[in-house]
Write a protein that binds this ligand. Structure first.
Ligand code: CTP
Length: 403
């Protein structure tokens, strides 16, 4: 999955012949899963039509502060567009627009939007070679980069003038790769390895029966996705779960019972920076596994159960550099019980779910948590979707890693 998936991209297009390539750029952003809105300078419409761009982006295209032909026209709010965007890219940016951006001019919607944007701004120049070489262009580029904007340099080749040299707009595929690489290098969990356990475990009674629980695995899978989206390399060790995940940074390891989950966790634990145990591991398993299906008899059946290994406690006992996060699902004396678990299992953080909170629990899509750290500081969170809760937990983990 591209790092651009789900990102809101504002594409600014200024008036150069390379503007025709912007249509392909919109297509590539959309294919990466991004939401795209386009702002053009008025003259850019001579090079590529707003209809093409709105069709590809599935959004209206803006080029002026209001539509002069519509007497009920609404103001096209550059501030809103700037706030909406996760990132802005101006491609192509002509010498004229570069110079205006560098000097803070805002006599068209694109320039006003650029000045209002709070997000990272990339710009990809395109112009004739002598214009590109000109000291004033060089000075505009260095002024813009000194403001924190990111230049995607022009490339060399045949130019619209017929001359050969530097000044061609970088190819749309290369612009996409440039932005993806740049975003990846800045992700807060880049280079971090995280182990996450998820789902239930099934403890076999005989070849057809098991002891299990209703855990869906959703919390663990959402945390895996949230951590991977922020650049972490995730080992997701999951018990039987119908959840799906498709992310190039997530390596899913499927296990069935507590013993296999224990072995998989210990195989990877030494290599990770963070371990988050959200699995609802069975606390007991049958003392004897029947190799044949147990036949029904008239009398009662008694199964002897023995404790499984406590995976989280064993990780706590072997902890070296890892940040260790556990979960506690409680029905009474919630904080006391969770704090006791935090200490007993040598954790850095514990995520407490109370079954007394409406909307929190196993099979639901929502959760309400409190996070307790090893200094016993409490953070309460509102009832949220499990996806949003997962993001909150990962943010707390990031803070702890930097503490
Ligand atoms: N856990 C684990 N291995 C087990 C049991 C639990 O890794 N065999 C982990 C869970 O993934 C969770 C935490 O321990 O992060 C808390 O689990 P819980 O069952 O609530 O706590 P227990 O210590 O088993 O205590 P109790 O059942 O008495 O509440």
């Amino acid at each position: 999955m591209s790092v651009l998936n789900g990102k809101k991209i504002l594409l600014g297009i200024s008036a150069g012949i390379a503007a025709y390539k912007a249509a392909n750029l919109v297509r590539l952003f959309i294919k990466s899963g991004a939401d795209v809105q386009v702002v053009m300078t008025p003259d850019a419409k001579e090079f590529v039509t707003p209809l093409t761009l709105s069709t590809l982006s599935k959004n209206p295209v803006y080029s002026s502060f209001y539509n002069e032909e519509d007497e009920n026209a609404m103001w096209n709010n550059h501030v809103d567009l700037g706030i909406w965007a996760d990132l802005m890219i101006i491609a192509p940016v002509t010498a004229n627009t570069l110079s205006k951006m560098a000097n803070g001019s805002c006599d068209n919607l694109l320039l006003a939007t650029y000045l209002s944007a709070k997000c990272p701004v990339y710009f990809a120049p395109a112009m004739d070679l002598d214009m590109y070489k000109h000291s004033s262009t060089k000075s505009s580029i260095s002024k813009l980069t000194s403001y924190g904007n990111i230049c995607i340099p022009a490339t060399s080749g045949e130019l619209a003038s017929g001359l050969e040299g530097e000044g061609r707009l970088a190819e749309p595929e290369d612009i996409l790769k440039f932005i993806e690489k740049d975003l990846c290098s800045k992700l807060p969990l880049r280079g971090k390895k995280i182990l996450i356990t998820a789902g239930p475990t099934y403890e076999a009674i005989d070849p057809v029966r098991f002891i299990g629980n209703h855990s869906s695995g959703k919390m663990g899978f959402e945390m895996a996705k949230a951590a991977a989206n922020l650049g972490a390399e995730v080992k997701l060790i999951s018990g039987p779960s119908s959840q799906k995940i498709n992310h190039s940074f997530v390596h899913r390891i499927d296990v069935t019972n507590a013993e296999d989950m224990y072995l998989a966790c210990h195989e990877h634990y030494d290599n990770v920076d963070v371990a988050i145990c959200s699995a609802a591991v069975a606390d007991y398993k049958p003392a004897n596994l029947s190799t044949q299906k147990i036949k029904k008899k008239g009398s009662n059946l008694t199964l002897e159960l023995i404790p499984t290994k406590d995976i989280l406690a064993s990780l706590g006992a072997h902890k070296k550099k890892q940040l260790l996060v556990g979960f506690a699902l409680e029905t009474n004396n919630e904080r006391e019980n969770a704090t006791e678990k935090l200490k007993r299992k040598n954790l850095d953080l514990i995520v407490l779910n109370s079954l007394n909170d409406h909307g929190a629990g196993f099979a639901l899509d929502t959760n309400k948590i409190t996070i307790i750290d090893k200094n016993l500081n409490l953070q309460n969170f509102e009832l949220k979707s499990k996806a949003a809760v997962a993001k909150d937990i990962i943010q707390v983990v990031i803070k702890e890693l930097h503490a």
